[in-house]
Design a protein around this ligand. Structure first.
Ligand code: G6P
Length: 608
């Protein structure tokens, strides 16, 4: 989704802005633009398509301060005239992430005042509003603060003025923004990865903050206009962690990073001999003692992680668990339970629907909140009482891979800690689970070994238009995740069903052109699953079966066996995810799609 970069320096900032935008490309976008102040004038370059095109168009553009933006269209089609920054009367330029809900009313008012609109965006009203206050003699800071009080909705903005070459303004409410602190130069961006090439010292703005950013200093004002100090963090991200290295795509790199990401996420527990609630925060023991159920809220792939966790939590910890799609829960009239542990799961920690669902859950008198998240400084982490950070490192590919498997690892830890607290975990079974967790990274590594088999198999999917994924029990959510991956990046229509539901509808779709992908762990549902697979074969469906060792499933006509290692018990969903990620990756390669930036999708969905 949209990205912002701003820079003020004693050097030409255009390369810094462009590199920052390139680093934000993973968020998803359809057009890009930048503006610099040069000799008292705003110089703007915009383009549809990739940042590389914007770079080509900006070769002769120079300035010591500027703002830049990648746009993911919400109001108005993707086009050059709708690309940011938007300019008011050649004086004020604004780049904006988020949605202004009252823009129609503001647009009518500003039009009546004589402001000309040159785009269909909601953002342009912000530029004109700031101009209307600035032209009355207010400082750029005051004019921005005044304008912000009139906006309803979510925003992160960067502002510059043609006649103010020593100052940038930025602000946030509902969309992330941080300041990067350099040596006599300062920056801001919607994501730390955009600034790693210039600084690692980051200051995260809080809700309602407005900041004045100069060459040698910056000042932050809270929503009440009071000068405040926000702590500086040294980012742990490294340049290499956001670079592609020897891989062809970030998705491939991130699939391969899973053994390490799992090891990092599990580090604290794997080096210890017992599980303690403290890994979720200081208040965890008291909180867990007060709960009688779990409510999981998330979107997309993170929602699928929640679905797996429900099986674990109910079976191992014996605690009732509900899992809801955040965008549904936030508007559903439901019954609050003050003793529910509300768990939000999110890679980014910035997903607008998940944040709103958490706020909604709290407003219904549910104070026990826990976030499982990959970004330590994110809004969701800050909004939750307890947290467990996945340590997957930056995930750049839009289709989530290592974030998912590390979320599962974190949710398994939650299950074990709750099971222990509820007296359902013997010393021996705790040690057995810890042993299996320690082995998980190497088990993941060995599953990656089947990559060449899957690369070959993928050739058979290149001409397919539909695919059906089947799983049962713990692995039904893995089938859902496999189908989501395939549609996200290869644009093949894919559906997932619990295999027992086949005869209640989807069997009607099965014929020789419908590949049916089955997740076949060697668990207690195996024989049931085999019967379901017979139903597919009897209708001429081509089966691709990802089966554990010793399932006695063999390749035969219409049955393609992809051999997995031995069954990994409760951790099996984590391992069965990996080949499905690889399958969607290699099918996308066959189809020649933009693997890391699939059409119409965004990485961080910071608007509703
Ligand atoms: C987008 C991404 C998905 C992700 C979902 C939820 O749709 O493309 O990969 O699963 O958002 O994001 P979150 O950051 O909350 O996990």
């Amino acid at each position: 989704m949209c990205g912002i970069v701003g820079a003020i320096a004693h050097r030409n900032v255009v390369p810094i802005l462009l590199q920052g935008l390139q680093r934000l490309e993973y968020r998803g976008y359809d057009s890009a633009g930048l503006v610099v102040v040069n000799n008292g004038q705003l110089e703007r370059v915009r383009s549809t398509g990739r940042v590389a095109e914007l770079a080509t168009k900006s070769v002769n553009t120079q300035g010591f301060l500027g703002i830049a933006h990648t746009r993911w269209a919400t109001h108005g089609v993707p086009s050059e005239r709708n690309a940011h920054p938007h300019i008011s009367r050649e004086t004020i330029a604004v780049a904006h992430n988020g949605i202004i809900e009252n823009y129609e009313e503001l647009r009518a008012r500003l039009s009546a005042q004589g402001y000309q609109f040159t785009s269909d965006t909601d953002t342009e009203v912000i530029a004109h509003l700031i101009h209307s206050h600035y032209s009355k003699g207010n400082s750029l800071l005051a004019a921005t603060q005044m304008a912000l009080t009139e906006l309803v909705g979510a925003y992160a903005i960067g502002v510059t003025a043609a006649d103010n070459p020593n100052l940038l303004i930025c602000a946030r409410k509902g969309s992330p923004l941080l300041i990067g602190v350099g040596e006599n130069e300062h920056f801001f961006a919607s994501d730390a990865s955009a600034l790693l090439q210039v600084t690692k010292k980051m200051v995260y703005l809080e809700e309602g903050d407005v900041a004045e950013v100069n060459l040698d200093s910056y000042s932050v004002f809270n929503a009440k206009g009071e000068l405040v100090v926000r702590p500086a963090h040294i980012s742990e991200l490294t340049n290499e962690s956001v670079e592609l290295g020897d891989y062809k795509h970030y998705m491939q790199k991130e699939i391969h990073e899973q053994p390490q990401a799992l090891a990092d996420t599990l580090e604290a527990v794997c080096n210890s001999h017992s599980l303690v609630p403290g890994i979720f925060g200081a208040e965890a023991a008291a909180t867990f003692a007060d709960i009688n159920s779990v409510l999981i809220l998330a979107c997309g792939t993170s929602f699928h992680a929640g679905l797996v966790a429900r099986y674990w939590l109910e079976e191992i910890a014996g605690i009732p668990c509900n899992v809801e799609i955040a965008s549904e829960y936030r508007y559903r009239v439901s019954v609050g339970n003050p003793k529910a542990l509300v768990v939000t799961i999110s890679q980014s920690g910035e997903t607008a629907d998940t944040q709103s669902a958490l706020n909604h859950a709290k407003s219904m008198g549910q104070p026990h909140t826990l976030s499982i998240c990959n970004v330590p400084e994110s809004a969701l982490v800050r909004m939750s009482k307890l947290r467990l950070l996945t340590r997957a490192g930056p995930e750049i590919g839009v289709a989530s891979t290592k974030a998912f498997t590390t979320q599962l690892a974190a949710l398994f830890l939650l299950t074990l800690v709750l099971a222990k607290q509820r007296g359902r975990l013997t010393k021996e079974s705790e040690q057995k689970h810890l042993h299996e967790l320690r082995h998980l990274p190497s088990a993941a590594k060995s599953v990656l070994g089947i990559e060449p088999v899957i690369a070959k198999l993928a050739e058979r999917f290149a001409d397919k238009h539909h695919a059906l994924f089947l799983g049962r029990g713990l692995h039904y959510p893995i089938a859902l995740e496999g189908a989501l991956k395939l549609k996200e990046i290869s644009y093949i229509h894919a559906e997932a069903y619990p295999a027992g539901e086949l005869k209640h509808g989807p069997l009607a779709l099965v014929d020789k052109d419908m590949p049916v992908i089955a997740v076949a762990p060697n668990d207690i549902l195996l024989e049931k699953l085999k019967s379901n697979l017979q139903e597919v074969r009897a209708r001429g469906g081509e089966l691709y079966v990802f089966a554990d060792a010793n399932t006695r499933i063999h390749s035969s006509e219409g049955v393609n066996l992809i051999q997995m290692p031995e069954h990994a018990g409760y951790l099996s969903p984590i391992l069965h995810t990996i080949p499905l990620q690889l399958l969607s990756y290699y099918v996308a390669l066959q189809k020649g799609t933009d693997v890391d930036k699939p059409r119409n999708l965004a990485k961080s969905v910071t608007v509703e």
